[in-house]
Design a protein around this ligand. Sequence first.
Ligand SMILES: [Zn+2]
Length: 197
Amino acid sequence: MDYCLSKDDIEILQAYVFTQELEVCGYFDVVDNILGTQELTISHESIKEGIKYEDRQACFSLQTEYMFHTHPPSQMSHPSIEDAKLIIERNIKVSVIATRWGIYTIKKKNKDFLKNLKSSGNYKEYIRFIEDVLNNFTNYQLAFGHPKVLIGLSEPMMVDMLNRINSAEKDLQISFHKWDDLIQKEEVRKFKRKKLA
Ligand SMILES: [Zn+2]
């Protein structure tokens, strides 16, 4: 399944990243469109601003399996291991994470993913693997971090690290789009909605 977000919602997420000092989180309403893509729309009533890191689960709602949160510039510009574990362990299909570099979309493609991981005995190993890959992101960011743009972690490196995660388990897939690609391209202005994954 593919998902898309409106340009307005992308701009809302971007504004939260760069204007709020703490995380903002909430969930999406979901509508199927005729192209077989699901349109995610921010549920404004669900938005919680200024939450603390530990309160993330307060943003998870039983009303939807599609959630988002932001990482302000004081946080890492990539998903955390807790972000990965939340989608693996909870009843969440899609987790959108807006950071200063851009938007990550983590998709769980099989609701039995956790059960399957545990029954195959690979759970701990898989979590350690994800943590290793994410630590690579952190190392690059600490070495070359910049408040607003993706520097140091080149796009081939980003693609390579995401590919490592995506090839490990097909039921958990992650994609990334830079803000420039989401906001400034003509196609976004023209079509108003942007495919996330
Ligand atoms: Zn996070």
